[in-house]
Design a protein around this ligand. Sequence first.
Ligand SMILES: [Cu+2]
Length: 614
Amino acid sequence: MVEKSLMLKMLLYAFAVGVLLLVTKTCPAAATITGGGNVMLLNSSRLKMFVDEVPEMPTIRGYRLVNGSYESATLTIGMFRKDWKFHRDLPPTPVFAYGTSQRTATVPGPTIEAIAGVSTHVTWQNHLPSSHILPWDPTTPTAIPANKKGIPTVVHLHGMIGGPESDGHAHSWFTNGFHQTGPTWTNETYHYPNVQHPGSLWYHDHAMGLTRVNLLAGLVGAYVIQDPKTEGGLGLPSGNEFHRRLVIFDRSFLTNGSIYMNSTGNNPDIHPEWQPEYFGDVIVVNGKAWPRMSVRRRKYRFTIINASNARFFRLYFENGLRLIHVAADSAYLEKPVVATHTLLAPSEIIDFVVDFSTSKEESVLLENDAPYPYPSGDPVNDANGVVMKFVISRGEPEPDPSSVPGTLIKYPTPELSTAVRSRYIALYEYTSAADEPTHLYINGKSFEAPVTEKPGVGTSEVWYVINLTDDNHPLHVHLGLFVVMEQTELIDVEEFRDCMNRLNDAERCHVEKYARGKKIEVLPHEKGWKNVYKMMPGFVTKILVRFSYIHSTQPYVFNATAEPGYVYHCHILDHEDNVMMRPLKLVASGGMGRVANPLGVSIMIAILMMVHYL
Ligand SMILES: [Cu+2]
């Protein structure tokens, strides 16, 4: 969104940078940037790129090997305040980090390795201090402990098909030592069944109104479900050396090393701190700013998780090296898909093979050209347009036993005819008199409004996601995976938006009259099962959501109808916090929920389908 105060901010920024340059000019050779008593915004060009080797995050086994067989394990993982070096020349940064101890905690946290079919139990412990390292806004719906002490946290494992009491509901938060707990908190130890398709997941904080600051502080980490039976035979690059997991995000820093977050709201009279999107100029990979990675002249597999608050990345190798996609989010693709560029919204996961033996150069940059906010914001600059550098060993290609098979893993084809109902999911942004965003809602409802989405366990539904805003919103559905069927542009969108703002009812506003514009083809590597997808502004995105496993017709091994239920939300964290999030409550099969008028919805589907095929 275009901020009216942008000019003022740019002038202030330019002034700050100017002062910084004047100050630092006196000691240009200094390797370490210190703010002294004069802390200000760090000019990211002061950080030399590619000086730190990309770390491999520590791994923790979510299982035990007993006499050669896999058995369930119980882990204890804490959240700690500590200092983290994001760059050789940046002073240590106060962060919140996941780990088994304060000493071993990392940003991102340790990668948890689970085995398909073997339960992992995790006791997530909050060891955080009484006050936050970042500014937060009490005027948005926020978890605030009764005694006003401690930092509420709760862990969501993104992509896990598991029970609601272990899903990290925004109201299930807890503070240090479980001294204070949220209204829906029930248990200290979470149960992850891992009875699902193999793939990559990630864990992160999900506390009400604090998600953006808790993730910004560092509470993110990777989780993987491995299935030796189905994956082992694929022959893809594997093992810790040739399959690398990269968690990327953007940050800004002050000269004293601390994370910089603008603490003045764009509508300070309404929300003193909340801003519609956080962006930083420094691109961080596995906890290091613009790192380098030494690779051999052969194939590697990379799983990349976008853990940014709001930044989209359109990634590409500067020399045109091809990305061979093998999975998207938590699910393998049926067939590999070759591309030169790939767009990654916050919380999306891409998974691809790249063959460095085909590179003519001895080093190659991984770059980004996604405007921010996406898609109509600022173009990237010399800082945030660069992600990392790969330094390729010299000489001839190495012997490489790995390969990319023609067929990966095929799941049953999603059938539209299996959908038991459809819903309209409309995304709204509201603005102040000065045209500054004040908050965002789904279906015009606050998070606290009674639940309206009550899918039946084991069913599939068609959701028409209507994006009435100017931004792309990555929509994430807890529990359910979905397939993106098509995206159709809204014509006369202003007229339709006016009606929706008045009536908040897609049927009464005759969405079929407007959903007649151009159709955007879903890209081949995004046609599989997804946990999150990019809802284009001014478009209706049709998705088929499945509330059962995708790899089998077996019923869930847990009670999905239990309290406190699930949520679905925009994964731009600043939107999610204020409050582009709604409850999602599973009901016993056959339940149609309360929203209803199924006849009207069926007629609407018929009309939409006719329009599509005319
Ligand atoms: Cu959003």
